[in-house]
Design a protein. Structure first.
Length: 565
């Protein structure tokens, strides 16, 4: 096994200064900053970690803050331009906050609410990653020319091949004088490669991560939990006998890197599990998809990921069908073009960061990517021949009925999390409850989930799982079991945050197929290792999971192995 060698980057990281704030000094700083930043009549106070983050951002012109959900990132992002302008004695005219599209409206609402307590910038531009990834927004950053950038929910930029990541990082790299704050309430990833490029841009030469790609690859091979190219510790032994813990401490001690230990509140999180009692038609459909790779109507999902998704949907009581059925020519051409786009966008050096950009590039230079050009030609020829929609075909309401019984048996405030809009809408209809789907809105009333008057709600995990303060609820039912621990961090953080008054938060995990249990077990394993990388103790580690039983007898639902014709 190769070992990490000594390098200039390692010596630079080892020589970085370490934070000198004491708890008492941080508390005193929070008191003084509160008095200086609070608006007349304001009653809120800064936490010590917020005060340290604001001052270090002003001192170093960059900030990396992997703070727990509910630790006050929104206020931090809004006060950062004020403190930076004061410390540098120069105005900040065009601060830009970049966040997820689902959080833009909530950020504007927070700005309105927080102005009653704090002196905020007169104007703050809020844009989404999704907006900046669009082709027609390619020139936005150049035209707006922000003089300070705050990246909220920065885990959305971990993929350096994504169009929004490339566009944002390309602009920031070209304008090195712009101060940048990187904030996230989720662990950014399971590899130091997921965060190194962000911290390097925020802290520059003060980054505790290697900035050269060769060093980064070697360090990742030694530090990451699941490295594809493992390296021996070698020179990284300078961090101590446990290189992962030693490196993590080196990161968290670095000025400009601010987090907090422990939990934002003392309320315990208790998790339970249930196994769905599926109807015979669901058991039969699951057996068929595992044995032949076919859905009940004979259709074959395009890959193993689609097969697993279909199995999860069958456990909920439905499966997706194209109506009308697409011709094979259309399906094959669409699949080939999608694969070509993934290959080019992930590896090109021509700043092609989206399928649309690749399509325009191929119109001018088809010789650069002849295979992709051929796929595009086939897809353009096949695209007009079919205009169908993907709809849900229901085979059983057994899962719907089970959830309704659970809600009626315990009428306490509850959020039912689902990952499938078709299921969420049908469940809401059966239970007589609102469903908050796209953008967190109930289409029947136009209300956002933050303003819901209902004691029990059905919510989309994708639309409502980040950025919403839902501490009025104390119980949750999870019909979508994510594998990623950062998704759990966000979901649990909706209720486990300041303002929660319940004695405990109850989370019920619903397992329909064996992959649900496998995903949860994987999430727990990764969450256990995350405090050793970049962040505070994840909520999934703090939770009591003693009543979650993973050794489930799921009989015909066992697997996960797929057989295809």
């Amino acid at each position: 096994m190769p070992e990490v060698y000594d390098s200039a980057e390692l010596r630079r990281v080892l020589a970085l200064p370490r934070r000198t704030w004491t708890p008492q000094a941080a508390a005193d700083l929070a008191r003084d900053l509160t008095l200086g930043l609070r608006a007349p009549g304001g009653t809120q106070e800064l936490f010590p970690h917020q005060a340290v983050a604001l001052v270090e951002f002003g001192l170093y012109g960059g900030l990396f803050a992997p703070l727990p959900v509910g630790a006050g990132k929104t206020l931090l992002s809004l006060l950062a331009p004020v403190v930076y302008a004061e410390m540098h004695q120069r105005p900040i005219y065009r601060p830009l906050v970049i966040t997820k599209s689902a959080l833009v409206e909530g950020t504007h609402a927070a700005i309105r609410d927080l102005r009653a307590h704090w002196t905020l910038p007169a104007s703050i531009r809020v844009e989404s990653f999704e907006t900046l990834s669009r082709v027609n927004a390619a020139l936005f950053l150049q035209s707006y020319s922000p003089d300070l950038v705050v990246v909220d929910e920065a885990h959305c930029l971990k993929n350096i091949g994504a169009s929004s990541t490339r566009r944002i990082m390309r602009y920031l790299d070209a304008h090195a004088a712009i101060p940048v704050a990187i904030l996230t309430g989720s662990p950014i990833g399971t590899s130091i490669k997921d965060v190194a490029h962000l911290v390097a841009r925020a802290l520059r030469h003060l980054s505790p991560y290697p900035r050269h790609h060769i060093d980064l690859g070697q360090w990742a091979g030694a530090i990451d939990l699941e490295s594809r190219e493992p390296f021996g510790p070698g020179a990284l032994s300078a961090f101590g006998p446990d290189i992962r813990a030693g490196f993590a401490q080196r990161v968290l001690d670095t000025p400009g890197v601010v987090t907090m230990s422990g939990s934002v509140i003392d309320t315990p999180i208790v998790m339970h599990s249930h196994v769905l009692d599926l109807a015979p038609i669901q058991i039969q459909a699951l057996a068929q998809i595992r044995q032949t790779g076919e859905l009940p109507d004979g259709d074959m999902p395009e890959d193993d990921l689609a097969l697993a998704r279909a199995a999860s949907e069958i456990a909920l009581g439905f499966y997706g069908v194209w109506e009308p059925r697409p011709p094979e020519r259309w399906t094959l051409a669409r699949r080939a073009w999608a694969a070509a786009c993934r290959d080019v966008v992930s590896s090109n050096r021509r700043e092609i960061d989206s399928p649309e950009a690749l399509e325009r590039h191929l119109d001018e230079h088809p010789e650069h990517y002849p295979d992709a050009a051929a796929c595009l030609g086939n897809w353009r020829a096949a695209r007009p021949i079919y205009q169908g929609v993907l709809v849900a075909r229901w085979i059983s309401d057994s899962t719907i009925d089970w959830v309704v019984r659970r809600l009626r048996a315990d009428p306490s405030p509850c959020v039912v999390w689902t990952g499938r809009p078709a299921f969420g809408e049908r469940l809401a209809e059966a239970a007589g409850l609102p469903y908050y789907g796209l953008d967190g809105i109930d289409t029947k009333t136009g209300r956002h989930i933050r303003d819901s008057p209902a004691c029990q709600v059905i919510a989309s995990m994708q639309a409502c799982g980040t950025g919403n303060n839902l501490q009025v609820f104390r119980r949750s039912i999870h019909l979508a079991i994510p594998r990623n621990p950062k998704t759990w961090e966000q979901l649990l953080g909706r209720m486990h945050r300041y303002g929660q008054r319940a004695e405990s938060i109850e989370c019920e995990l619903v397992f329909g197929i064996v992959e649900d249990a496998v995903r949860f077990e994987s999430a727990c394993a990764h969450a256990q290792a995350m405090p050793n990388l970049v962040t505070a103790i994840p909520k999934l580690v703090l939770a009591d999971t003693s009543d979650v039983h993973l050794a489930l007898d799921l009989s015909a639902r066992t697997g996960p192995q797929w057989r295809r014709k």
